[in-house]
Design a protein around this ligand. Structure first.
Ligand code: COA
Length: 123
């Protein structure tokens, strides 16, 4: 699907933090349809982590999730990161969607009984 949504700093509300542990950006689209959080650890210049991607139920399936992913990946690329990582339920349609976006299985989650896995994409 081609994203119908183009995110810019102007159409989002952002909360950025910069601490000894690293930097973090929480972003919600104006109108409140989509939310996502991206962060990286201060001593790690290779990897960015994308988490808590959420789109309001009535606004789903029109490209907002795809647009947010593209926005964050672009931002990571622009800042010189090599990989984007995320955690997802292995047995879910989202796992397959992330595969379509170019993510590959990176690491099985440690801990018995946990069905989540890490996926990673080269930026
Ligand atoms: C996951 C989520 C963010 C997707 O947001 P969205 O704005 O609806 O996503 P898009 O419209 O950009 O669609 C993305 C792709 O997923 C597919 N898709 C969307 N909803 C789907 C569903 N319920 N079942 C199967 N496929 C689905 C779309 O067809 C599209 O596929 P394509 O790019 O190959 O055409 C949204 O469903 C959500 O908030 N879910 C609850 C929170 C959650 O589980 N987050 C993920 C954490 S890993």
């Amino acid at each position: 699907m081609t994203s119908k949504i183009r995110f810019t700093a102007d159409n989002t509300v952002r909360h950025e933090t910069d601490t000894n542990y690293g930097k973090s950006l929480r972003l919600i689209t104006v109108g409140g349809a989509g939310f996502c959080h991206i962060y990286h650890y201060g001593d790690d210049t290779d990897n960015i982590y994308i988490e808590d991607l959420s789109v309001k139920e009535i606004n789903r399936k029109i490209g907002i999730g795809t647009g947010l992913m593209a926005y964050f990946e672009g931002r990571g690329r622009k800042h010189g990161f090599k990989y984007a990582l995320l955690r997802v339920l292995r047995d879910s349609w989202m796992y397959e969607w992330y595969q379509r976006l170019g993510y590959i299985l990176y690491q099985e989650e440690l801990g018995a009984g946990d069905d989540y896995v890490w996926m990673r994409k080269s930026l």
